[in-house]
Design a protein around this ligand. Sequence first.
Ligand SMILES: [Zn+2]
Length: 134
Amino acid sequence: MKNYHIKGITNYEAICDKCGAALKQAIILASMDLNGNPQGHLSYFGADCAAQLTRLSQSTLRSRARAAEEVRQAEEHTARVLEARRKLVEQREREWLQDTYGVEDMDAAAKKSGKEWLTVFNEFFAWLDQADRA
Ligand SMILES: [Zn+2]
């Protein structure tokens, strides 16, 4: 029998992957590989089908799914914040390179200045550090 990780619970309608029933809310499960790691693919199930698959009672399953959903949403939020920060750093890098070396990227700045790529890289992050502290 396959084992599943409980990944969360939806607040939108879905179709049960096991029995095809239309659901107002679905339990999100990820099947495990042979080493017990969750696989990337997520499946959606009604509470009764998910309870059968996980061999848990519906109430245990629901409370675990709600807890997992909180973690999932927190992780998604963190990923969005990190992505936004990464884009901001990239934008500031381009602006700094333009202001400092009159070029668009670090390779061009290194070539133009005759410095090592790593030197330019460190200059930028030193500047960014200063700018963030100011
Ligand atoms: Zn079902």
